[in-house]
Design a protein around this ligand. Structure first.
Ligand SMILES: Nc1ncnc2c1ncn2[C@@H]1O[C@H](COP(=O)(O)OP(=O)(O)O)[C@@H](O)[C@H]1O
Ligand SMILES: [Mg+2]
Length: 310
């Protein structure tokens, strides 16, 4: 449903998006994760046909976002990270306004407005003024607005940002409901845990570059071959540990976790641990301890990102 190839957007000297590629299939919920300033909004605006790429290409439902933007807009529901408030409109008037903008005939609008208000749990606020809504309700109203033309693909830019815990949970439940309706959802966040329990795919972006993208389970498997272990050494002695570990066949990726800790994937069982220990000691590593490290999506995030922003 979404295909992105080498997409880039440069603002003068800032490479906001620096050649990223990924794909989102029909029915996926794709979590687009990255710290503030990573390039999420810039990517999303290009997908939503609101910003022209500097280079590369992107398509939604097979339609090119640059040359077939009208088709893309019909397929797409886009929820911006910041939306203007229309305080002097009633909730139903606000939705009616957007329905009209999508050229939905007046006769069908009443039913559609009720549908999206029911879905977003706002039906009781139908005749309320937008100004009277809480922040969570306004956010849901904005989502209702993006659903008004029954788009197949939803692109949501940090829909839960600034919400209290209850409103966040409600937003999450709504995402699951939209998924069960068969929508393809592309959702961004700078908070990983917010997405980890309902996304089947993730992409992690940092400083304009996609660091990892794909199936959550596969990414977890790829980075968690065998055991994930941490060797603790005296401060400043990680180099020897890194070198010794890299020379060992059963050791896969090796990361310097701290100035006294090295983490690595060990493609062996407990029975291989004494040999591992011996190898390290033989190579002059002053091992203080070897312990198991837990593996979760959060660990992947910490491992693959370096805390850089533009
Ligand atoms: N219109 C613009 N002009 C110049 N720089 C911009 C513009 N929009 C975004 N940027 C820069 O691009 C980078 C990525 O921004 P953005 O896409 O908003 O990140 P995110 O949504 O991940 O927080 C930031 O360094 C930001 O300052
Ligand atoms: Mg943003």
């Amino acid at each position: 449903m979404i295909e992105v190839n080498n997409l880039a957007k440069h603002f003068k000297r800032v490479r906001a998006v620096d050649g990223i590629s990924f794909r989102v299939d029909e029915g996926d919920i794709y979590g687009f994760i990255g710290p503030n300033g990573a390039g999420k909004t810039t990517t999303i605006k290009m997908l939503a046909t609101l910003l022209l790429p500097t280079s590369g290409s992107a398509s939604v439902g097979g339609y090119d976002v640059v040359t077939e933007s009208d088709k893309v807009r019909q397929l797409l529901g886009y929820m911006p990270d910041y939306f203007g408030v229309y305080n002097d409109l009633k909730v139903w008037e606000y939705l009616d306004f957007f329905a009209a903008a999508y050229k939905i005939p007046r006769s069908r609008r009443v039913g559609i407005i009720d549908d999206v208000l029911n879905l977003t749990d706002l039906i009781v606020k139908k005749d309320a003024f937008v100004a009277e809504l809480s922040k969570g309700m306004k956010q849901r109203l904005c989502l209702a607005r993006t659903l008004i033309h029954n788009p197949k693909v939803l692109i949501l830019d940090e829909p839960a940002s600034g919400l209290d815990p209850r409103a966040r949970i409600e937003m999450r439940e709504l995402m699951k409901e939209l998924k069960s309706m068969g929508k393809t959802i592309f959702i961004s966040s700078h908070i990983l845990t917010e997405l980890s329990d309902f996304c089947n795919k993730v992409g992690i972006i940092e400083a304009g570059k996609m660091i990892v993208s794909g199936d959550v389970d596969e990414i977890l498997k790829a980075v968690s071959h065998g055991q994930l272990l941490v060797v603790q050494v005296p401060k400043g002695e990680t180099q020897a540990a890194l070198k010794a570990l890299e020379a060992m066949p059963k050791v896969l990726e090796v990361f310097e976790k701290d100035d006294d800790e090295v983490e690595f994937h060990f493609d062996g069982g407990n029975e291989d641990r004494p040999a591992l220990m011996k190898h390290l000691l033989d190579h002059g590593v002053n091992v203080l301890s070897i312990k198991d490290s837990v593996n979760s999506l959060e660990d992947i995030f910490m491992k693959v990102t370096k805390g850089q922003v533009n």
